[in-house]
Design a protein around this ligand. Sequence first.
Ligand code: AMP
Ligand code: ZN
Ligand code: FE
Ligand code: FE
Length: 271
Amino acid sequence: MKSRRIDLHTHSSYSDGTSTPAEVVRRAHERRVEILALSDHDSVSGFEEALAAAVPLGLRVLCGVEINTRDGDNLHILGYGIDPSSEKLRLGLEDFRSRRAQRVRKIVERLGGLGLDVSWEDVQGASRQSLGRPHVADVLLRKGIVRSRKEAFERYLARGKPGYVAPMGPSVEDAIGAIRDAGGWSSLAHPGAIEDGDRLRGWVDRGLAGIETYYPAHTRETVRRLLDLARTHRLLPTGGSDYHGPGTGRDSIGGIEVDEELYGRLISRLG
Ligand code: AMP
Ligand code: ZN
Ligand code: FE
Ligand code: FE
């Protein structure tokens, strides 16, 4: 079957990626991606740079966003079709980012309490815009306390570990609302662990329109299950690599292929 390559989930240095938006675009183009979305955490500010880099290459790049919610450690909402110049969205994202910074401050305090030499000053300037746990991980890495972001999460930053602080972002419903207010629609990010149930039904009732079905960590079985959930709840299957750039352990961009039929549905929804 003829397949099309897309990547609707990527991060740049405007949040916790290590590539500039232009580098994200260049790498996606090298991998023959046909539609790319930049979906930084709680930021749309990298989109202009991505667009400027994509136009001469003839690559189609869209403005996306990934909003981290407080309703679960890994409960993230992707937004597509949004107007990056929406004033209301800008204010909403600014608020979410300041809550991220507050959380990072608390994490740093906890790590200090464990006797680790990590300060707010070490982390503060690590992102162009949106701070998160990966930036704390990078400081631990730089100081030789861990050898990778992954190890930093496993030893200190993941839920249940001594540096963990619960997320302080919006609820899922408020994230969906913020995206809708900017003219966009939402897809549930990396839902591999989601079972059918009341929660998903409730989010669909609040406007959830997509579900990220194609994702590097999803097995064939998971993809099948998510396609079933998509049919049941009339959600559009989306897909992306969650590219974060060199040195992050999540650096393969564009490995997502969809068939012509889904590609057509995505094109018409993505605008
Ligand atoms: P935060 O936004 O502060 O909650 O941090 C979540 C981000 O951390 C995710 O978007 C990933 O970029 C990254 N992350 C989560 N778990 C891991 C892990 N085990 N190894 C490396 N990065 C991770
Ligand atoms: Zn991330
Ligand atoms: Fe995510
Ligand atoms: Fe992501």
